[in-house]
Design a protein around this ligand. Structure first.
Ligand code: NAP
Ligand code: GDD
Length: 356
């Protein structure tokens, strides 16, 4: 591997992209991110680490592009000359993927293929190794075949999103074996944080708790409360992505806590943290049901622990409380345990400098 520390991230404006950028900048990387052109800025999660690119201190650079636009992806690759690529970009909402299956598959499955093709050509032409990380998902396991789920558990995807992720997973392996690319799949179980998108169930709950305390929300409408998820802390999980690309050989890894909880247990901790009973506030709305559900996810992170030396640092209860606290702080409300802001991205906009 060359000594240059230049990374390219798709999905840099997302939850994981923002934590990974912080982590890589701390490791001394020059970080480049692909962002989509939008009519209003959507860079809130990375504004706090962005410095005007005209400054000699700038280490984070943004490029307009889209996973559905292969030409631009190739051009950015040629320009940036990264030694590591993290493919985190995706239409990542499982329920939405049933509404927009074509777009989801284009960005998730074809997007990964477009980057792999670009890397293959670039590496063949220049002889420079580019290490590639594919953001795979526990959703690929889908219908329960084996518990806990590990690298060898067969996939049974149950949504357009997870079918697309399975495609990207196997193409990553195919390119590794066919063209000798250093390409890794992370099979990451659910990971959450105060930066989690507001329509995923954990953040939807913690945001509602804060608004109920504030008095601006009366009810929280949810779908299926019986599914179980293996929830970890996003900051821990982005470190595992980087660790995979630092190994001698490329490989695929499950990243998980090894514990699973029902949505109801998340609700219990979140509401009781502010001395409320969720049964008084939660109502059912069938709109949030999926045509096919993934009932039980629980991962076996043994391989990541043994080979990468990775382990999660935040327990389920800590995760729920830190998310509730962050949403209370966002609304300038006191936290029950007196904790202060852990996250410096929210409620902050710095868009005067963000892009030309
Ligand atoms: P996220 O918050 O939804 O972020 C997704 C990112 O992808 C955003 O930056 C989004 O840009 C970008 N994006 C969407 N469509 C795109 C397109 N067509 N071209 C380029 N970029 C596009 O997701 P996340 O939670 O950070 O997850 C990161 C990755 O890990 C995703 O691939 C997700 O599927 C996968 N994953 C997540 C989890 C989890 O629990 N979080 C678990 C397993 C796998 P905008 O900001 O412009 O929308
Ligand atoms: N989003 C949402 N909204 N989910 C709800 C709701 C609701 O109102 N009510 C119940 N749920 C249930 C869903 O049916 C699902 O069983 C569970 O809560 C978790 O849903 P999400 O938080 O949307 O996450 P996900 O597990 O479907 O997908 C997330 O994790 C995957 C990894 O397993 C996403 O981040 C995916 O991108 C990721 O791959």
């Amino acid at each position: 591997m060359s000594g240059r520390k230049v990374a390219l991230i798709t999905g840099i404006t997302g939850q994981d992209g923002s934590y990974l950028s912080e982590f890589l900048l701390d490791q001394g990387y020059e970080v480049h991110g692909i962002i989509r052109r939008t009519s209003t800025f959507n860079t809130d999660r990375i504004d706090h680490i962005y410095i005007d690119p005209h400054s000699p201190d700038a280490k984070l650079f943004l490029h307009y592009g889209d996973l559905t636009d292969g030409t631009t992806l190739r051009r950015i690759l040629e320009e940036v000359k990264p030694v590591e690529i993290y493919n985190l970009g995706a239409q990542s909402h499982v329920r939405v993927s049933f509404d927009s299956p074509e777009y989801t598959v284009d960005s998730v499955a074809m997007g990964a293929l477009r980057i792999l093709e670009a890397v293959r050509d670039y590496q063949q032409r220049t002889g420079i190794e580019v290490r590639f990380y594919q953001a795979g998902s526990s959703e690929m396991f889908g219908k329960v075949i084996e518990v806990p789920q590990k690298e060898t558990t067969p996939f049974y995807p149950r949504s357009p999103y997870s079918c697309a992720k399975v495609y990207a997973h196997w193409q990553t392996i195919n390119y590794r074996e066919s063209y000798d690319l250093f390409a890794c799949n992370g099979i990451l179980f659910n990971h959450e944080s105060p930066r989690r998108g507001e329509t995923f169930v954990t953040r939807k709950i913690t945001r509602a708790v804060a608004r109920i305390v504030e008095g601006t929300q009366k009810k929280l409408y949810l779908g299926n409360l019986d599914s179980k998820r293996d929830w970890g802390y996003a900051k821990d999980y982005v470190k595992a992505m980087w660790m995979m690309l630092q190994q001698e050989q490329p490989d695929d890894y499950v990243v998980a806590t090894g514990e699973t909880y029902e949505i109801k247990e998340f609700l219990d901790i979140a509401f009781s943290h502010v001395n409320l009973d969720w049964h008084d506030y939660v109502a059912f709305d069938p709109r949030y049901l999926r045509p096919a559900e993934v009932d039980l996810l629980i991962g076996d992170p043994t391989k990541a622990k043994q080979k990468l030396g990775w382990s999660p640092s935040v327990t389920f209860e800590e995760l729920v409380k830190l998310m509730v606290n962050a949403d209370l702080i966002n609304l300038n409300l006191p936290t029950p345990d007196g904790s202060q802001r852990e996250d410096n991205t929210l409620n902050r906009r710095n868009f005067a400098t963000i892009v030309d």
